[in-house]
Write a new protein. Structure first.
Length: 140
């Protein structure tokens, strides 16, 4: 899907830029990382993966809030990031990969995740948030 199609279908909508909600979304991203860490310690690896994706989702969403974009589709967030900010393409691809992973974790009947995969998801979430925070700070 292309960004124009996301807007055409109403999956992305223009609104007023909202730095306050962008910062709140970054805080929610951090909170999801804390949730993932807590679940890692009790070996709830599926929940770690879901919380890690949620962290990345909210970090990416901070850019959309800042830009005045409302999302109605998880699929369109990485599309927006890739097309609007080519320098974030790698992060957008990571987000999209974990978006599909999260879908399998929630809806898949045979989904299983081990400690190594859960750790990878958590580390990806930490790096994702850090890079998004740097990006937002630099682009103020």
């Amino acid at each position: 899907m292309k960004m124009a199609e996301c807007f055409q279908k109403g999956l992305l909508k223009r609104t007023s830029p909202d730095m306050e909600n962008a910062l709140r979304s970054l805080e929610l991203s951090k909170s999801n990382i804390e949730d993932a860490v807590g679940n890692m310690s009790i070996h709830r690896y599926r929940v770690v993966a879901i919380s890690s994706y949620s962290s990345m989702f909210h970090a990416a969403r901070a850019i959309l809030f800042r830009d005045g974009i409302k999302e109605r589709s998880h699929e369109c967030i990485p599309v927006y990031l890739k097309e609007k900010y080519p320098q974030l393409e790698t992060l957008a691809n990571i987000l999209d990969s974990y978006r599909r992973f999260r879908h399998d974790a929630i809806y898949g009947l045979d989904f299983a995740i081990d400690e190594k995969e859960a750790n990878a998801a958590l580390n990806s979430a930490r790096e994702f948030l850090e890079r998004i925070e740097i990006f937002i700070e630099k682009s103020k």
